[in-house]
Design a protein around this ligand. Structure first.
Ligand code: MTE
Length: 310
């Protein structure tokens, strides 16, 4: 059963681009309040007019870099595979199953699910466990807003996420080295942190398929593998859920996966990182604990030994 709040809108009717362009116009006009035009569009979200206080002032990497150098194993393991092979992924219609310890479970059409969530641009640093990094201008909304709307029940301690399983359109899923679908999870307080967003676009356009269309998680203080793409299921659960990289190699990939220069990967150092957009021979820089977001998130781990809870 497809659960619907009451609209027959399709995801393509509420693309971030329309809203984002509107936001630009508002800023240009110096009005600084709501994107009135976006509100007039059916079901379109409100856009914050001011630059997000959570955004970095670092310059974003180019669209070419962000969409040409990807990890999305459902389409292959080379960095260029997602751009080469994700084009055939059907992203509309798209539904997301919500289940577990939640007041309003169901299978929602994406447009219904995210209706009313205030989209904004978040320019975040992004750090892969492989020691490369980028700066990416996402369009998205805080996961907490959606969870509050769905009604998290008191027994819920974690949020689990799953990616689409569709080998016909995701050729990498024919390789069985991963127990598909790709799975990830967050502790509930991590999920409710304002930095944690569900992103539906980048650079003002709907999310490119290789970056996780039509909706993906972004958790900027954690290694990139936590930021699961093309989500079709969100579950509120009471136990730490199994997660793909941890299932593959628990000694190398922990559940927390907080960016941490003091805790090396068993096979390489995490003390520095390579900024992808700077080219192969430039852009080496020190890794910052929690990827630079310590002010907002260090408190989540008070009393935890992050060398143990890696
Ligand atoms: N989500 C799915 N479903 N499959 C994946 O292979 N790779 C992860 C994460 N989310 C991955 C995924 C890893 S390892 C990284 S670094 C980021 O996606 C890469 O995101 P990007 O390609 O948008 O930079």
């Amino acid at each position: 059963m497809i659960r619907s709040f009451k609209t027959d809108l399709r995801w393509s009717d509420v693309t971030p681009r329309a809203a984002f362009l509107n936001r630009r116009q508002i800023i240009a006009a110096g009005m600084g309040a709501l994107a009135a035009g976006a509100l007039a569009r059916p079901a379109a979200a409100r856009i914050e007019a001011a630059a997000s206080r959570y955004s970095t002032s670092e310059a974003p990497d180019s669209l070419e870099t962000i969409t040409g150098y990807n990890n999305f194993y459902e389409f292959g393991t080379d960095k260029g595979d997602p751009a080469a092979y994700a084009g055939g992924l059907t992203v509309d219609p798209w539904s997301v199953k919500v289940d577990g310890l939640v007041d309003r479970p169901g299978t929602y059409d994406l447009a219904d699910l995210i209706k009313g969530q205030p989209l904004e641009e978040r320019i975040y640093r992004f750090r892969c466990v492989e020691a490369w990094s980028m700066v990416i201008p996402w369009i998205g909304f805080e996961l907490s807003g959606l969870l509050n709307r769905l009604g998290v029940q008191s027994g819920a301690k974690y949020v689990a996420f799953e990616t689409l399983l569709r080998p016909e359109e995701m050729p990498g899923q024919r390789a069985r080295f991963i127990d598909w679908p790709y799975r990830e999870g967050l502790r509930l307080d991590e999920a409710m942190n304002p930095l944690t967003i569900l992103a539906t676009g980048l650079y003002g356009d709907p999310m490119p398929r290789q970056n996780g269309a039509p909706i993906r998680l972004v958790v900027p203080w954690k290694y990139g593998f936590k930021s699961i793409k093309s989500i079709v299921r969100i579950s509120l659960v009471d136990k730490m859920p199994p997660t793909t990289w941890n299932m593959l190699q628990a000694s190398e990939y922990g559940f927390y996966a907080n960016v941490n220069p003091e805790v090396d990967h068993p096979r390489w150092s995490q003390a520095s990182e390579r900024r992808v957009g700077a080219g192969l021979f430039g852009g080496r820089q020190d890794t910052v604990k929690f990827n630079g977001y310590g002010d907002q998130v260090a408190g989540l781990y008070a009393g935890q030994d992050l060398a143990k809870d890696y």
